[in-house]
Design a protein around this ligand. Structure first.
Ligand SMILES: [Zn+2]
Length: 87
């Protein structure tokens, strides 16, 4: 099962649990968490390369097409706390 790290979008409003990010194990088909399970503040998923991935393949795995295929969302920070979904 893949391992995901989440970080709060607004660390100043987050709880002790999510402030520095937290890890969770989810199936590849499970929806990404959108909020912290403890404080309900919005979180963003940080994509971690699985341990079996070689450096060589990481770039391909994280291409926009692949992210979309695997149901990831890619967010681009526009600044001012706004995020654009690009995938
Ligand atoms: Zn929290």
């Amino acid at each position: 099962m893949p391992f995901y790290t989440y970080k709060p979008r607004e660390p100043e409003k987050s709880c002790d649990y999510c402030r520095d990010g937290f890890d969770t194990i989810q199936g590849i088909r499970e929806d990404a968490l959108e909020t912290c399970p403890e404080c309900n503040n919005p979180v963003v998923r940080i994509i971690y390369a699985a341990t079996e991935l070689k450096d060589k393949s990481t770039k391909t795995m994280l291409s926009d097409d692949n992210l979309k295929k695997h149901g990831f969302k890619k967010l681009v920070n526009k600044g001012g706390g706004q995020y654009d979904e690009v995938v």
